[in-house]
Design a protein. Structure first.
Length: 174
């Protein structure tokens, strides 16, 4: 899936790759599960006139699958970050995780323009900002283990942000 999405984004000269695009989608969905895929697509590919249906469908499916995986009503947490396979160079995996965090921050900011951050989400967002500064010049088992830990942390962070925004909406709706 990662390679397919990357190929589509490259084909249309998008300003970002698959990891960052997925991060953005997830950020938007964490703030508002009802976010519109069209807004996300517009951020990725400004001129959609030349966008082939099958490419648009692939991207829209990624967005909708992310929405389904983030929906608390779906129970089990099967959500994961869209990153390169473990066979790829470790530096490429780290760089993808770094830009995934950038995309996530952009997506949350896109959907949440208020300066107030609900609950623990402000702290989590600070951590993710720090992760956008990680050095992708890595190698070896220690760095591989660190990457796995960071990956798991980011997955958990996404849930925290999602839950904090859901709670925030519920308390401010009454």
């Amino acid at each position: 899936m990662y390679q397919a999405v990357n190929a589509v984004l490259e084909k249309y000269d998008a300003d970002m790759g698959a990891a960052e695009a997925h991060g953005m989608a997830v950020g938007m969905l964490c703030v508002e599960l009802k976010s519109d895929a069209a807004n996300w697509l517009h951020e990725l590919i400004t001129d959609q006139n030349g966008l082939f249906d099958e490419d648009k469908t692939l991207l829209a499916d990624l967005f909708e699958r992310s929405r389904a995986l983030l929906d608390p009503e779906n129970g089990e947490f099967n959500f994961d970050l869209l990153l390169p396979d473990e066979e790829e160079a470790l530096s490429e995996q780290v760089e993808a995780l770094r830009v995934w965090c950038l995309g996530f921050l952009f997506g949350v900011g896109y959907a949440h323009t208020d300066a107030d951050w609900p609950g623990d989400s402000a702290e989590v967002m600070r951590d993710l900002i720090e992760l956008t500064k990680i050095d992708s010049d890595v190698a070896g088992e220690e760095d591989e283990a660190a990457l796995m830990e960071i990956h798991e942390y980011v997955r958990a962070a996404v849930l925290i942000v999602r839950d904090q925004f859901a709670e925030y909406k519920n308390t401010n709706m009454h």
